[in-house]
Design a protein around this ligand. Sequence first.
Ligand SMILES: Cc1ncc(COP(=O)(O)O)c(C=O)c1O
Length: 386
Amino acid sequence: MQTSFLPFHIPDIGEDEIQAVVETLRSGWLTTGPKVRQFEEDFARYIGCRHAVALNSGTAALHLALEAVGIKAGDEVLVPTLTFAATAAVVLHLQAKPRLVDCRPETLNLDPDQIERAITAKTRAIIPVHISGLPCEMGRILEIAKAHNLRVIEDAAHALPARFQEQRVGTIGDITCFSFYATKTITTGEGGMATTENPEWAERMRIMGLHGISKDAWKRYTAEGSWYYEILSPGYKYNLTDLAAAIGIQQLKKCDQFWQARRRIAALYTEGFQDMPEITTPALAREGQHAWHLYILQLNLERLRISRNEFVELLKQYQIGTSVHFIPLHLHPYYRETFGYRPQDLPQASAAFERIVSLPLYPKMTEAQVQHVISAVREIVRQNRR
Ligand SMILES: Cc1ncc(COP(=O)(O)O)c(C=O)c1O
């Protein structure tokens, strides 16, 4: 029996990470330096991509990726409405316009048919978001992008480690952006990474991530570095610290092991809910690999007497923390008021929002905790079915 509260997420930080941070503190090199370079090399090797640029958040990676491929004021960028604030905010930071796209109800990922409808003469890029770690339909998306000459910047904040068919997410679109926020599949506290095959975009992101100053500016205080630098463009302060990278290097080593644990928990959930028509379990990766960052359950409200909010409250009474991913962007005041979006404009995401709830899913969960969540969900459904 669960006596204490089961949080929605607990990061898995071991002695290896703690030791690595202590060693970095003792090394005297705290900000961007050798650990960041090692983390980038390890990450590029793990993903199988040519370039990996470490940054201080997934949001920074998205912002610099759009800037590197040349998104400018007045351009339009297609963004799924069912995503986190950052995916569209970075488009606005470049004075471009995010055009929101509806999702497929089964996968919650953006719907390629809706992408085609949203393209205008001003569209320059698409940002597919692999919701919960389930890869988007990248074959169709790349075809559409090619036909309309659009750049593809993947928001892979949830998608480490994921595969579309045989290809690792991180090697598919023009640039792929990962997040190492505390709740993500590996964490550096705050952090992010942009991967690409294109050396010019990688270089541009490196430069713009550190004030827009010339190459290897971070070496300024080393023996091989020089005091001299040049400002090439007004850049940002998006560099990752060595302290964070030290954590990331250790976390990356455990990425597959973490994934196995998450995959197992997801499978237990799906098996545990299979006979309940009142709830729909998440879509599986039909071709490829689901990263299982999130386990998003969909409530079939026509079969239940309670709303999603009541369901969340009842789970809280069972000492279980949950979350909702996400409140679609078009339902938020900024997007309603600025662009005039109404709920019916993106009907699938509006409807999905009423039904979705994310259950706890992380490697530190014990078998008993997983079983407790399954029993609680089953009991709540049993007591509240129509
Ligand atoms: C889909 C999605 N995109 C982008 C981000 C932003 O990542 P970060 O918090 O590292 O900036 C997040 C989460 O934080 C996310 O869930």
